[in-house]
Structure formats: structure tokens, C-alpha cells
Design a protein around this ligand. Sequence first.
Ligand code: ZN
Length: 255
Amino acid sequence: MIDAHLALYRPGRQDAVLTPDVGRDMIEAYRAATAALQAEFGSAGFMITFAVNWQPDHDAIGEPDSIADAGCAVHIFGRRAGEMISPVRAMTLQRSRRRPPAPDPKLGDRLRPLLADPPATVIVEPPPGELCDGCAGSVLTDQERWRGGGVRVIRPRRVLIDPHVLVLPVRHVASLRDLEPDEVTSLSARLVESLRQFRLGSGSTGLSGFANDGVAARQETPHVHLHVYGRSVGEPVNPYQRLAAYLPPGAQRPV
Ligand SMILES: [Zn+2]
């Protein structure tokens, strides 16, 4: 249902920590993909989704189709003013009820050169505000659960389900595009640790999550943060279903 949609993936274990080389590749690929989506579709912001040891079932709500054999997979959705439907809205439909966008046989031919040689100037406008919730001292005193490698894991102020954490770099960085490769590696290490904690605390077998990049993607805090939910086949609540329940008809919830 979303035309501006690309995915980054590589084979391998989903719960392996990304090496610095892979972290560098992932961030370079993200920069190229977002530049290509901006050039092709006018995307001004981006939503990413990701999962570790988690494959949604055939009728899942809130998650993109899985990619066969993908170990680490990150879906990237371009957001723009006037879009037909937001990815959050599109994915509140069960997967079996979603309709793909009309095929565009030339799309691949247009995207390939953009991905190979991405435009240098990409504007992703961060949320306004001088006071950053991600840098506030209260994050350390009230919310932080642990940290490592320049990345902290915190409890959100608005807990959607249990387990739910936010994972964010300690350094102030507004856009996913501006992450350093070692921060990508450290983010992945904290995700693997979060899954271990979720297993112990809630019996989760996997996790999934998302992040918003730029005001056009409804990013609220000008500091990169990943929303991370523990998942299991027998879970009482699908977090995306609960997220969707916050949405009045026709409106987008800022997430
Ligand atoms: Zn900050």
C-alpha cells in the first residue's frame, strides 16, 4: 500500500550484534535509500521498522511482510505531505487485507542509479525545540535502565505494553542519517541485550520496533530513539494493535 518503501537486509542470525563494518554498511545504505526515496517520491521524513528473532504471523497487524532469509532486515518508509496513507495506517490492516501499490515497471530503473550514486543534499527536518527530552537529566535519574557503548536503554514515559523500552544514543543526534557506525553497532548490541531481558522478565521470544526520522514522519523528540517491544506467539496484546487503538479514524498518531 506504500509506494515509498525500501528494505535493507543481510543474511545471518537476527540476534547477532552487528560488527562495525556491517554497522557502517547499514548506515551508508540507509543514507542512500533515504536520498533515493526523497529524489523519487519527495519523501521528507522516514519511518523504519525492524525485528529480532521475530516473524509476524500471516495476519499480523502493524508489521510489513517478512523477507525470506533476511537475518537483519530494516524496512524504510518514506513520508511526505499529502501521502495517500501513512505506513502506520496501512499496517493497521491485517496483512491479508493489504493491497500493494500499482506496479510501476520502471521504478527499479529509476531507483538503481539513485541508490548507486545518491544525491548529496538530503533535508530531513528535525522536530523544533532547544530542550531535548533525550538529553534531559531526568532521563538518567528516572528512566535509564542500563547503558553501554554510548547507547542507553530507558523505560518510556508512556508505556504501551510490557515489555517496552526505548533505545537511544547518549550523544545528541537528531536523525538516523547522522548516526556513527559504532553507534549502529552499539544499538544492535543493546537490542540483543533487551531481548535477553524481555525473555527473563516476560517470556518474550523476540522483539520488534520502529523509529521515526524527521517531522514529516511525526518524530516528536529531536533525538534518535528506537521504540522496542517484546514479542511472542502467545502474546496477549500485539503492541501495534494497541498503538492503532490510539488513532481516531482518519488521523495519524504522532509516534
Ligand atoms: Zn538530545
